[in-house]
Ligand binder design. Structure first.
Ligand code: BDR
Ligand code: CA
Length: 342
C-alpha cells in the first residue's frame, strides 16, 4: 500500500519546526503540503521558517521537484494578529542568526495556489489514489476554517481524510490567557467553526494539558533532537534554533512549565498524525465548544466531561488524554537520527 500522506498547517515556530522535520524525515509518511499561517510570528517569517526546515531536511543543493509550501492566512477571520516572540524569538525560529535559504531553492518550493484550493485538490488526489490523508494543524485554525467555507461538506465527503488539531486545553489551564490555549485563542472564530463544522468522527485534539503531562524527557531531547553524537544537517539546524528556547531543566514559562522535559506540542501532534494507534494510549470522545465572546474566558475550549445539566451534546472530537512517550521518542529517533536518507 501507498504511504499515508500528511498536510501540515503551521505558524512555524520552534516546536513547529521540530514537528516539520519529524514529518519530512519520517519514513512512514509522505508530506504532500505544508500550509502556512500567521501565529507565533508574521506570515512572512513563517514562510521563511518553513523554507529553512525544508532546506535542512533534504540534500544540500537540489530544490524540490514540485512545490511543497503554500502561503495561507496573514491574519485571523476577524482580522486578529498574534505574536509569540516572547517564546519563539523575533524571527519565530529562536533568533539563531541562520543564513537565508538560497533563492533558487525557495523559488521551486513555494506554490502560488491558495491554501483552501490546494487542500481540496490534494484531498481529491488522495481519494483517487486510495491513500489516507491526515491534516495536522499546528497553528491558528484560520486556513482550515477557510477550507470549510469553500466546501462545507469537506469532512463528511472525504472519509479518507482525518484531522489532528494541536490546540485547546480541557482543564481551563491555558497558556495564552488563564483559560485559553494559544492556537485557539489566536483565532477563536476559526477554532469554533472547525470544531462545530467538522461533521465527521475523524477530528482528534492534542491539547495543551497533555503536553504538560507528557513532555519529552530532557535525556531523550538531548539524544534525539539536539544530538551531537550523530550530527547531521537537520540536527545541527534543530540544535541552533532550540539553543535559546529549550534549556534542559528550565521551567520558567508556559512552554517550559515542566522541568521534567521539553514541551514540544507540535511534534507530539505530528507523532499522533503519523501513528495514532502507536502513540495514543487513551482518548475521550467529548463535545467541545469555543467561547468566542470578548472577555476573560475568550478562547476557552469548553468540554463536556459528563456534567449534570441534562443537555445531550454530540461528541465532536477525540480528546487525547494520554500518550506513549517511548513511541513518540522512537518516531523522533527514526526520523532525526537515521541519516541514511540524506
Ligand atoms: C502552541 O502555541 C504555539 O506557540 C506552539 O507552536 C504550539 O503550536 C501551543 O499552545
Ligand atoms: Ca505552532
Amino acid at each position: 500500500p501507498r504511504k499515508k500522506r500528511l498536510i501540515i498547517d503551521t505558524d512555524a515556530g520552534v516546536d513547529d519546526a521540530i514537528a516539520i522535520c519529524l514529518a519530512l524525515r519520517s519514513s512512514e509518511v509522505e508530506v504532500c503540503a505544508i500550509t502556512t499561517s500567521f501565529g507565533n510570528t508574521s506570515l512572512q517569517n513563517v514562510v521563511k521558517n518553513v523554507s529553512q526546515c525544508a532546506f535542512h531536511c533534504g540534500p544540500p543543493t537540489p530544490p524540490p521537484a514540485t512545490p511543497l509550501v503554500y502561503v495561507g492566512a496573514a491574519q485571523g477571520l476577524s482580522g486578529e494578529e498574534a505574536d509569540a516572540s516572547y517564546f519563539h524569538g523575533k524571527d519565530g525560529l529562536g533568533d539563531a542568526g541562520l543564513p537565508a535559504v538560497p533563492a533558487s531553492f525557495i523559488e521551486n518550493l513555494i506554490s502560488s495556489e491558495e491554501v483552501p484550493n490546494a487542500i481540496l485538490r490534494l484531498a481529491e488526489e488522495s481519494k483517487q489514489d486510495n491513500t489516507q490523508l491526515t491534516i495536522v494543524t499546528l497553528g491558528p485554525l484560520t486556513n482550515l476554517a477557510n477550507v470549510l467555507t469553500l466546501d462545507p461538506t469537506f469532512a463528511s465527503s472525504n472519509s479518507h481524510v482525518d484531522l489532528v488539531v494541536m490546540g485547546g486545553c480541557g482543564n481551563a489551564h491555558g497558556n495564552a490567557s488563564r483559560v485559553a490555549e494559544f492556537n485557539v485563542f489566536s483565532d477563536v472564530e476559526a477554532a469554533s467553526a472547525v470544531f462545530s463544522q467538522w461533521d465527521s468522527p475523524t477530528l482528534t485534539v492534542v491539547p495543551w494539558e497533555l503536553n504538560i503531562l507528557r513532555p519529552l524527557p530532557w535525556e531523550s531531547f538531548k539524544r534525539v533532537i539536539t544530538s551531537t553524537q550523530q550530527s547531521s544537517r537537520t540536527s545541527d539546524f534543530l540544535t541552533k534554533i532550540c539553543a535559546k528556547i529549550y534549556i534542559p531543566g528550565d521551567a520558567k514559562d508556559g512552554h517550559k512549565r515542566s522541568s521534567e522535559g521539553a514541551v514540544i506540542c507540535d511534534a507530539l501532534a505530528v507523532a499522533v498524525g503519523i501513528d495514532f494507534g502507536g502513540v495514543v494510549k487513551e482518548f475521550r470522545e467529548t463535545n467541545v465548544e469555543v467561547d468566542v465572546r470578548e472577555g476573560m474566558t475568550k478562547g476557552m475550549t469548553v468540554c463536556d466531561w459528563g456534567c449534570y445539566d441534562g443537555v445531550e451534546r454530540p461528541k465532536n472530537v477525540k480528546w487525547v488524554t494520554d500518550v506513549d512517550v517511548k513511541k513518540y521518542e522512537d518516531l523522533l529517533e527514526e526520523a532525526l537520527l537515521e541519516d541514511n536518507r540524506l
